[in-house]
Design a protein around this ligand. Structure first.
Ligand code: PLP
Length: 421
């Protein structure tokens, strides 16, 4: 098989080099590194800027949102965002704009003080986290920052490899957590199957204070009108008597504004009380005016869903363009595979083993910046050096077209170099 691929590439070698030189002369400057919303998407929520009148600063319970207080959120914001996260209003804490900051805070608190059900701070016993890979680089960065050992677990089409997860958590009490992006995972686009959710809710963990960081960042970010259903992990775990192991995170970063949205944690009342208690030492209250603006803007989940449809209309052609170019340039050549996600922000490209770093460098050398190869794995080390995360949301369609043609060209050249030895 490799021999056949090599022969085909060899025949195209001079043409690939000629095209690469031609691209170099264009002096491109395209950035496909991060999954940021584009300005057209941000514009969709511009109503937030002016939707409160000069005297509209009171919440429904009379709270003056301009003042201190309300450490876990306004009642009307809890009502809307508990539906957004699929938890009860008593099972939510609303923070400021970043769910990543809330994840960081929960990890930091686990290390410094411990979590309910544990015997003390995690830092006493050299904690470890399971890291499904490929996965979200910033989750791995949090672990690295705190010196938490990361154990890589493969992603399967159903979510993390549950045979491995169950075996590891059953025997090692120092494994304190797992990162999971359950819907439209970053970067694979995979949604955890009902069986995976069931197994996570039931599995025996040696650590009584184990936590699943269920980062549902893309819960409502569909690229299809018939999205896959994600089972509710918190409900399933509560039914098994394991509710405290689940921390659900979400935000409106890619619903309203990434820099000025609303972030939240959903969890059992015990866990919410734990976080509220600690947060009360760190802040006298989050940005309640932003919460009020968001409730007024979206009104209810129908409002959120209608809004997300507008995001879909902007994003879908961009994802389609990436896939169209990949199929046209690399389809049937045996040099790469790629995902066709039903939602979320990323396409995951797998090259032949040992080619991803070379592709990213080759593309950067002609002005197309991609996410660093290896970034989707713990410690920045992709053991097969094959995964590249493609983020199509920010650039415009013509830029995506050019950038993806360059990526495909670089994949072909890197494959030729690799197979030629
Ligand atoms: N979680 C995942 C899986 C993400 O991909 C991102 C952003 O790319 C975030 C969290 C960031 O969330 P927030 O903006 O709420 O901090």
């Amino acid at each position: 098989m490799s021999q056949k691929i090599l022969e085909a590439l060899k025949a195209q070698g001079p043409e690939l080099d000629r095209r690469y030189q031609a691209v170099k002369e264009k002096k491109l400057n395209l950035d496909m590194t991060r999954g940021k919303p584009c300005s057209e998407q941000l514009d969709l929520a511009n109503g937030l800027i002016s939707n409160l009148g000069p005297n509209e600063y009171k919440a429904e319970d009379g709270t003056d949102c301009r003042n201190y207080g309300g450490v876990d959120g306004l009642p009307e914001a809890k009502r809307l965002f508990s539906e957004f996260l699929e938890v009860a209003p008593s099972e939510i804490l609303i923070g400021d704009n970043s769910s990543l900051a809330l994840m960081y805070e929960c990890v930091a608190l686990g290390l410094s003080h411990g979590v309910p059900g544990g015997a003390g701070p995690w830092s006493r016993e050299k904690p470890k986290f399971l890291c499904p890979a490929p996965g979200y680089d910033r989750h791995f960065a949090i672990c690295e920052h705190f010196g938490i050992e990361m154990i890589s677990v493969d992603m399967t089409p159903d979510g993390p490899d549950m045979d491995k997860v169950e075996a590891l958590v059953a025997e090692d009490a120092s494994i304190k957590g797992i990162w999971i992006v359950p819907k439209y995972q970053n970067p694979t686009g995979i949604t955890c199957s009902p069986r995976t959710v069931g197994r996570l809710s039931k599995m025996k963990t040696k650590a009584p204070d184990f936590r699943i960081f269920w980062d549902n960042a893309y819960a409502h970010h569909h690229l299809t009108d018939s999205p896959p259903r994600l089972e509710n992990l918190l409900s399933a775990a509560k039914a098994e008597g394991n509710g405290d192991r689940v921390l659900v995170f979400g935000s409106t970063s890619k619903v309203s504004w990434a820099g000025s949205g609303v972030a939240m944690v959903g969890a059992t009342e015990k866990n919410v009380g734990w976080l509220r208690g600690h947060r009360g030492k760190a802040t006298i209250g989050p940005d309640k005016v932003s919460q009020l603006r968001h409730v007024k803007f979206f009104k209810d989940m129908d409002g959120v869903r209608a809004h997300m449809k507008k995001h879909q209309d902007i994003l879908k052609p961009k994802f389609d363009k990436v896939i169209e170019i990949f199929e046209r340039e690399m389809g049937g050549k045996g040099i790469a595979t790629w995902t066709k996600p039903l939602g979320g922000y990323f396409i995951s490209l797998d090259t032949l083993d040992g080619c991803a770093k070379a592709v990213v460098k080759m593309a950067a050398d002609v002005g197309v910046k991609l996410t660093e190869a290896g970034g989707t794995h713990p410690y920045g080390k992709d053991p097969r050096d094959r995964n590249i995360r493609i983020a199509p949301s920010l650039p415009k369609l013509p830029e995506i077209e050019v950038a993806m043609e360059v990526v495909a060209l670089c994949v072909a050249r890197a494959s030729l170099a690799k197979l030629s030895g």
